[in-house]
Design a protein. Structure first.
Length: 437
């Protein structure tokens, strides 16, 4: 039987830069190659893209460069948008498609705009309102994936650009593992009298039932989640907050308590786990190393995944710190103030250090939906949130991407305020995944 060789896309350019190699490798994986030889390009029998200012091959797709990928500096870019196949585009140039798809994709994936002067939100993070995706109303779309689908059709070949299949990865941030259990005695006593004086009698009774053993802790939804994962054959990722001191937004249980350690060990035995670096660790490298070291000791293996608490992230500093302590997969690429695609991409990709103008080994996993954003920022009802979540499922599945959601255990309880959100999540899974029989 004759062995079949995979069709390789060949791209001609007069200047092979590190930026072009990066975005080409990201968008086409190992199924594309670059050449600056016209002779080699003309002799290629597979699909071809002429990425240059000169049309010299009539039957190759011609894309005119914008110039961004030949640069090494970071500077303000003039952004003017138009439409192509019903999609927003920018870096308008000309050729067989009206814009430089490689430069535009690089701009979005490298988070180029986040290196430019910008306004910060109340937590000092890059505000989503600065972004072109928000300003041009494509934040809710994996725009780069959609561009690539149109490009594939334009190539008029059986060449499959993505070579991927749809994946759903549920993730959970365990900021406060239990509402009452394993907290310090002074905190529980103070909480009891505070609730009593404020007339929160439901919580007073709830606290008493938990400590008497009559009912489980309301934040203990882990068995329920296990059942969902088993029923729908899901492979979740859990991120644990292990701040040494309870302060500010770091409100986790002391990570040295037996209950907390047992919880982590239990999940690490069957699921992928990662560190949820505390807010405080963003100002102290030693503290970050300490938290990663503690998790590594508990799970008895290297910690290679992370997601920043409150998505506290500044480029390039945060990613460089994470790389230095051995993190290989990072899950913070989203906004804490609105749901959507921060990098306009729904597949994992390597982080490009724009200041150093070089690719790295850190893999970025973007998520597009977080429960707390839907609740507190977008002010949605569970019914509205379900429709939004379904939109992300449908659009990511349509581009064979990687859909990552973020839920918190304390948003999935059976408490009166959260039972609707718990049902929403269960309904979403039931609608989109077949149970294992």
């Amino acid at each position: 039987m004759e062995r079949q060789t995979r069709v390789i896309l060949l791209i001609y350019t007069s200047h092979i830069s590190s930026r072009l190699l990066y975005i080409g490798g990201t968008l086409f994986h190992d199924a594309a190659a670059f050449t600056d030889s016209k002779e080699k390009f003309l002799a290629h029998t597979g699909p071809r893209i002429n990425y240059s200012n000169e049309r010299f091959c009539a039957d190759a797709l011609w894309i005119v460069p914008h110039g961004l990928l030949s640069e090494t500096a970071i500077s303000e870019q003039r952004i003017e948008c138009a439409e192509w196949h019903g999609l927003k585009i920018f870096f308008i140039t000309g050729g067989d498609i009206p814009f430089d798809i490689f430069a535009a994709s690089f701009y979005l994936l490298s988070r180029y705009e986040e290196y430019l002067p910008h306004e910060s939100d109340q937590y000092g993070r890059y505000a989503h309102t600065n972004s072109i995706a928000y300003k041009e109303d494509f934040l809710q779309l994996p725009l780069v994936n959609l561009w690539m689908q149109s490009l594939e059709r334009k190539l008029h070949s059986s060449f499959n650009i993505h070579r991927s299949t749809f994946r759903f990865i549920p993730t959970y941030d365990i900021d406060i593992a239990y509402s009452y259990l394993y907290h310090s005695l002074p905190r529980n006593v103070f909480g009891f009298y505070r609730d009593l004086l404020q007339g929160k009698f439901e919580q007073v009774v709830e606290r008493g039932n938990v400590y008497s053993g009559r009912k489980p802790d309301p934040f203990d939804v882990y068995d329920w989640l296990d059942e969902l994962h088993e029923r729908y054959k899901l492979n979740p990722v859990y991120f644990f907050l292990l701040a040494a001191k309870r302060k500010g937004v770091d409100k986790n249980i002391n990570p040295n308590t037996k209950g907390m350690r047992r919880l982590i060990e239990r999940h690490a035995a069957k699921y992928t786990t990662g560190i949820h670096p505390s807010w405080k660790s963003g100002d102290a490298d030693a503290l970050l190393k300490s938290e990663v070291g503690l998790l590594s000791k508990i799970i008895e293996r290297k910690v290679e995944r992370s997601r920043q608490h409150y998505l506290r992230m500044m480029l390039p500093a945060t990613y460089r710190k994470l790389i230095s302590i051995g993190i290989k997969d990072e899950y913070s690429m989203a906004y804490g103030t609105v749901n959507g695609f921060r990098a306009s991409y729904a597949m994992p990709f390597k982080w490009f250090d724009l200041e150093r103008n070089e690719n790295t080994l850190l893999t970025v996993h973007s998520f597009c939906y977080m429960d707390s954003t839907a609740v507190f920022q977008q002010r949605e009802t569970p019914e509205e949130a379900l429709k939004e979540l379904q939109h992300y499922f449908d659009i990511v599945r349509s581009v064979d991407g990687e859909l990552i959601t973020l839920f918190h255990n304390d948003f999935l309880t059976e408490q009166t305020a959260w039972i609707g959100w718990r049902k929403m999540y269960a309904d979403f899974l039931e609608k989109n995944f077949s149970p294992i029989t």
